[in-house]
Design a protein around this ligand. Structure first.
Ligand code: ZN
Length: 126
């Protein structure tokens, strides 16, 4: 399991609370399995319960050991543009992102050629 997969598995329970029946749907995409769930950014912007539970967002494998967050509703500024997983995590859960960034740094998967910049131990993370 990659670091990214490990962090996604930590996030899934928070997504599943918004899903009727309680489970996030694992869905096959072009480059492998991803997940569909109600968008955590724009759920608040819709009023109907059925719409809140609509699995309009997904983490889609990009074929390069990472995922792209995509929301087809795009009702909030946060979900209007697709984001690579690190940006998604930073927006959704900054605290967990700091941990993730450090794990990636320790594993040597930051910086040039990666989807995440170097971890700055003095703060001011990019
Ligand atoms: Zn959204």
């Amino acid at each position: 399991m990659t670091i990214t997969d490990r962090y996604i598995s930590m996030l899934l329970p928070s997504f599943s609370s918004a899903v009727e029946g309680g489970a996030v749907t694992q869905t096959p995409f072009k480059h492998g399995n991803g997940w569909k769930f109600p968008c955590p950014f724009c759920c608040e912007k819709v009023t109907k319960t059925s719409k809140k539970k609509k699995q309009c967002a997904a983490l889609i494998p990009n074929g390069n050991y990472s995922y792209v967050f995509h929301c087809c509703r795009k009702k909030s500024d946060e979900c209007y543009d697709n984001m690579l997983f690190p940006s998604f995590l930073k927006t959704y859960n900054p605290k967990l992102f700091a941990q993730y960034h450090r794990s990636r740094e320790e594993a040597g998967s930051t910086g040039k050629g990666h989807d995440l910049g170097k971890y700055n131990y003095f703060g001011d993370n990019k």
